[in-house]
Design a protein around this ligand. Structure first.
Ligand SMILES: NC(=O)c1ccc[n+]([C@@H]2O[C@H](COP(=O)([O-])OP(=O)(O)OC[C@H]3O[C@@H](n4cnc5c(N)ncnc54)[C@H](O)[C@@H]3O)[C@@H](O)[C@H]2O)c1
Length: 386
């Protein structure tokens, strides 16, 4: 076996995403399995170099995971020629400056979404990375979730016939932080720190819709701040300046209408934290993070409106009349699957389409969604070019 070591500077790795999903569940999991086996006698061995603002936090994290390499000096790390990749999972507002420096230092870059706080910034990163000739990518983890991969299988297999509509429900109650600690960071609720649910979730909806059903051509959204006062990590009250709910209607190529509600002020009466229902002429499906259930045209019940009788028939309740889509595969962690593809792209130049321009499309949709809400009108989504 030949081992190809890829040294990866990981910034923002003390945060929720950086730590759990990218370090532990992706790169450390890859190391635990002996590296990424390319199947031709080569193994890619990721070597994380943890980077953070606080020396003691980043050192403690490195020690906890038995990692030798860490630093609180981003410039010094970027000056190190043995480091090939810069990864960024910092708060969104801190991303652009750091990624620009990494591109200038000739690093390949892989970043969390949203890639920047506005479209101009996101496009600038994409163009700078192209001009520098570095490889670049954005995290689009939802595409690699079991539920959405099964949904994709149905789309690719022609199950739906002509797809008519998509309805998505995302959200859960995020505690205000007074009598129970909030389960999300407080910056998410402050516009000035890059927060807001539209900025957070519309980038996800952009790539999910685009990749499964087609590009988004227009957006009409209504965002609001349902909970205006919250308490931060230290128990200090603050004003929530960012939107905590976004109700969006997206028109896709081919006339498909997608309607997606995103909210941190909703209590879950669903099977999963996000669910998408897709209706087509030949069949329908409901996909979540892990599960996907389908109903074919031939198995569709014929409800008749009569509130005087219960809706249970001999075939069971409406929910019971759906069929579970089988896994037919082993599904690994979605973030890890995308890391593997990115590392193959870096080392072997294998195909990769989730680049910073794709990331900019997500930022564009969030920006247009917010503008649509402010102006109270539907807005076209122009195609972005390199
Ligand atoms: N792909 C996904 O599903 C997903 C989910 C949640 C968050 N995210 C994205 O990941 C990024 C990080 O989100 P998170 O929830 O892990 O946030 P977090 O608050 O838990 O972590 C933020 C990280 O950024 C660092 N940081 C750098 N500059 C900072 C500053 N000025 N103030 C505060 N922290 C600073 C922190 O030290 C920490 O390591 C965001 O861009 C977010 O949009 C992606």
């Amino acid at each position: 076996m030949t081992r190809t070591t890829v040294r990866i500077a990981m910034n923002g790795v003390t945060g929720r995403m950086g730590h759990h999903q990218h370090l532990v569940r992706s790169l450390l999991a890859l190391r635990a399995q002996g590296g990424l086996d390319l199947g031709d006698g080569t193994v890619i061995w990721p070597e994380p170099v943890l980077v953070g603002r606080s020396e003691h936090k980043v050192r403690a994290l490195a020690e906890r995971h038995g990692l030798e390499h860490w630093s609180d000096n981003l410039d010094a790390v970027l000056a190190d020629d043995t480091i090939a990749v810069y990864f960024d999972a910092q708060i969104t507002a801190a991303r652009t400056d750091a990624v620009k420096k990494a591109i200038a230092a000739g690093k390949h870059v892989y970043v969390e979404k949203p890639t920047a706080t506005d479209l101009a910034g996101a496009l600038e990163l994409a163009r700078l990375a192209d001009a520098a000739g570095v490889k670049h990518g954005v995290v689009q983890d939802k595409l690699f979730l079991p539920g959405l991969r099964k949904l994709r299988r149905l789309v690719d297999g022609g199950f739906f016939g002509r797809i008519l509509s998509v309805r998505g429900e995302f959200g859960y109650w995020v505690f205000e932080g007074d009598w129970q600690q909030a389960q999300r960071p407080s910056w998410n609720y402050r516009t000035e720190d890059g927060g807001g649910i539209a900025a957070d979730m519309f980038p996800h909806w952009e790539y999910v819709l685009h990749e499964l059903f087609g590009p988004v051509r227009s957006v009409q959204a209504r965002v609001t701040t349902h909970i205006p006062h919250r308490w931060d990590e230290s128990g200090t009250p603050y004003e929530a300046t960012a939107d905590d709910a976004a109700y969006g209607i997206f028109e896709l190529d081919g006339g498909i209408i997608a309607q997606i509600n995103s909210s941190w002020a909703v209590r879950v009466h669903r099977d999963e934290l996000v669910e998408f229902q897709v209706d087509g002429t030949e069949g329908s499906a409901v996909a979540g993070l892990r599960r996907c259930r389908a109903q074919h045209r031939a198995g569709t019940p014929k409800p008749v409106w009569n509130p005087d009788i219960p809706d249970n028939t001999a075939a069971g309740s409406f929910r019971e009349q759906w069929q579970e889509v089988p896994d037919n595969a082993d599904f690994d962690n979605a973030f890890k699957v995308q890391w593997e593809l990115f590392l193959r792209h870096v080392v072997r130049d294998e195909p990769w389409r989730w680049d910073l321009l794709a990331g900019a499309r997500g930022v564009q949709l969030a920006e247009l969604g917010l503008r649509s809400s402010k102006e109270g009108r539907r807005l076209p989504v122009p195609e972005l070019t390199r």
